[in-house]
Design a protein around this ligand. Sequence first.
Ligand code: ATP
Ligand code: MG
Length: 261
Amino acid sequence: MAKIFCVANQKGGVGKTTTTVNLAAGLAKVGQRVLMIDLDPQGNATMGSGVDKRQLELTVYDVLLESASIAEARAQSDKLKDGGCSYDILGANRELAGAEVELVEVERRERRLKQALAVVDAEYDFVLIDCPPSLSMLTLNGLCCAHGVIVPMQCEYFALEGLTDLVNTIKQVKANLNDDLQIIGLLRVMFDPRITLQQQVSDQLKAHFSDKVFDTVIPRNVRLAEAPSYGVPGVVFDPSSKGAQAFVTFAQEMVDRIKAM
Ligand code: ATP
Ligand code: MG
């Protein structure tokens, strides 16, 4: 049975997609079978995994509307294969924005992804879901099927404020829809140790959330930011870069945490 994780934070641009694709590649690199699901109509995780969102005939949209199964809609990327970090991709594009409205009428609409995943679950060790920057029906579908949430965050002054909303949403979903759900961990990303404020917020995070803060810290690293324009995760684009190495270390930390779960 796969362990299913949402990468979520309703704040925009905090590093969700970068975390999702690089963790997926890192897990593949350490021998795990991974499915990456793009739940964001922006389709950045799809493009950043070497799949052209404009060319996709079937996406997660079709899966949510039950016009395709995951087995039919998933894709692979030669770029990932060549990089030795292959994972399956359930892609997204602009069409997904319509799902929000189209799902309003249907029953058990927040469980569509969960039902679809149950069929392919056994084929993977990890399923990673890249959520959009909102607490919408799409994010809810992700939270409903997940065992846990990975929360990437920048160590900035307002980071803790946004966290309260996310923690409350997760509590509500846990109480009403998915008793398994928990925050697996807070991942400090785009970290620059030379900035005193970041060090202070990082210390505060550890004081408040103790072992919910991952040991691995992802540094600010330009190679991670450059990789998407080549359609690959940083882990594939430049494996020797500090950012890529940090994500492979993080992948191993996730594998170890799962064993302890
Ligand atoms: P959105 O909310 O729009 O979905 P997001 O939370 O998915 O955004 P990303 O797209 O992963 O955030 O990252 C935002 C920007 O920061 C991107 O340009 C990305 O390349 C860059 N970035 C992310 N992580 C790092 C890092 N560790 N070092 C340098 N740049 C980074
Ligand atoms: Mg994103």
